[in-house]
Design a protein around this ligand. Structure first.
Ligand code: FES
Ligand SMILES: [Fe+2]
Length: 403
């Protein structure tokens, strides 16, 4: 008589183990999926403003391939790529002051999809008002073009973030897009795995001690090699952690990181840990179910040199061999190693994963709110509520023994 499967599994053999699957509720981002509908209720950073020009480009976001361009009056536009006339792509369109003209028969669309001209039709088109190329609204802030891809009647106010406001005359805003752009190595435009890997990573202060500080090499600062004492706490719009370390000089160092619904992270400076307030906001942006990228807005001193790529053994990440990546893995290796989509059914979440558990619980609760017709947290139509306060930073208490 065959042994029950349970028994074999209990013995630890890999043989006969149950089939595993991702948590599709949180992974899938396409139109009509639970998380895709949640994501569509928030403004998402679709491009860096400076990269949006009168040359049409494809951009993929939330599983949708779209065309982005800037008309010659300076207005950005985000349109469904297949021309509403007979379906060729607007990628080959030409941009003018008024909008983008399709290459095939010249139908001209403005940035809101209005059809302004149909050159092959009598009088240049007699019923232009009934023609509309599908479009999404855009707004620009912090050097980023944000898109709202949700139901038009629920379009919220584009949020502001306190740490990015009121720049001093000696500061400037910098925006970048790239899977590892936030750490200065933009050699990867899109990473081949789900947005949720990076979203989980931000509420995981323990991997900072292991992966980044003791396992590989010191990838940030030596102080991170101390195992932190961590508190996770829910905020009005997300989850924060406080990771405390007793430094050799007697001070207590408290590193506070924030995650904001549904895919925003605010991490304090990991290299210059004397910089108190965090100065950057990053989106873990889903490209599709198994690809993501990051968009970051940072306030920087004017003339600060561009962030260099992260180096290990003197090499940029993109130059490392597989063996070198085995010797000194970083975030990419750990996350890529989780696969294109996490196999959530086989995870064993432990007490150190409390922040991730809180994030996922909040995402699920808000997915339900959206499915039931409500507005998810952090979404507002009131301009007076547009300012989001972020707690992230490197904070210290206690007296320095060496001061
Ligand atoms: S297919 Fe675009 S104008 Fe005809
Ligand atoms: Fe990390």
């Amino acid at each position: 008589m065959p042994e029950p499967k349970q028994q074999k599994h209990a013995e630890g053999s890999a043989y006969g183990r149950p089939e595993q699957h991702p948590d599709f509720e949180l992974i899938e981002v396409g139109p009509g999926t639970p998380c895709g509908e949640l994501m569509r209720r928030y403004w998402q950073p679709v491009a860096v403003s400076a990269a949006v020009t009168d040359r049409p480009q494809y951009v993929k976001i939330l599983g949708e391939e779209l065309i982005i361009f800037r008309d010659k009056k300076g207005r950005p536009g985000l349109l469904y790529p297949r021309c509403m006339h007979r379906g060729t792509t607007l990628f080959y369109g030409h941009v003018s002051e008024e909008g983008i003209a399709c290459c095939y028969h010249g139908w001209l669309f403005d940035v809101e999809g209005h059809c302004l001209r149909q050159p092959c039709e009598p009088d240049g088109g007699r019923n232009l008002e009934v023609a509309r190329q599908p479009w999404y609204p855009l707004e620009e802030r912090y050097g980023i073009v944000f898109a709202y891809m949700g139901p038009p009647e629920r379009k919220p106010i584009l949020p502001r973030y306190d740490i990015l406001e009121d720049l001093r005359p000696d500061e400037e805003m910098r925006a970048d897009k790239g899977a590892f752009g936030a750490t200065g190595d933009s050699s990867l435009e899109v990473a081949p795995y789900s947005w949720l890997h990076m979203n989980d990573n931000v509420m995981d202060p323990f991997h900072v001690q292991v992966l980044h500080s003791t396992f590989s090499t010191v990838q940030f600062v030596p102080q991170f090699a101390l195992m932190p004492k961590v508190d996770f706490f829910a905020t009005e719009n997300g989850v924060c952690y406080s990771a405390k370390r007793k430094l050799d000089d007697g001070r207590e160092y408290d590193r506070i990181s924030s995650w904001i619904m549904p895919n925003i992270m605010c991490v304090p400076n990991p290299i210059d840990i004397d910089q108190v307030k965090a100065n950057r906001v990053t989106w873990s942006l889903p490209v599709d179910d198994s690809h993501f990228t990051m968009v970051t807005a940072s306030r920087m001193p004017k003339n600060a040199p561009p962030l260099g790529g992260v180096r290990f053994n003197g090499k940029l990440w993109g130059q490392m061999t597989e063996q070198e990546k085995q010797d000194t893995p970083g975030d990419f290796e750990a996350q890529f190693g989780q696969g294109p989509m996490g196999m959530h059914s086989e995870e064993h979440l432990a007490s150190s994963d409390r922040g991730i558990i809180m994030q996922r619980r909040m995402l699920r609760a808000q997915i339900r709110v959206v499915a039931e017709g409500g507005d998810p947290i952090g979404v507002t139509l009131d301009p007076g509520q547009a300012l989001v306060k972020l707690r992230s930073g490197n904070f210290y208490s206690g007296t320095s023994a060496t001061a």
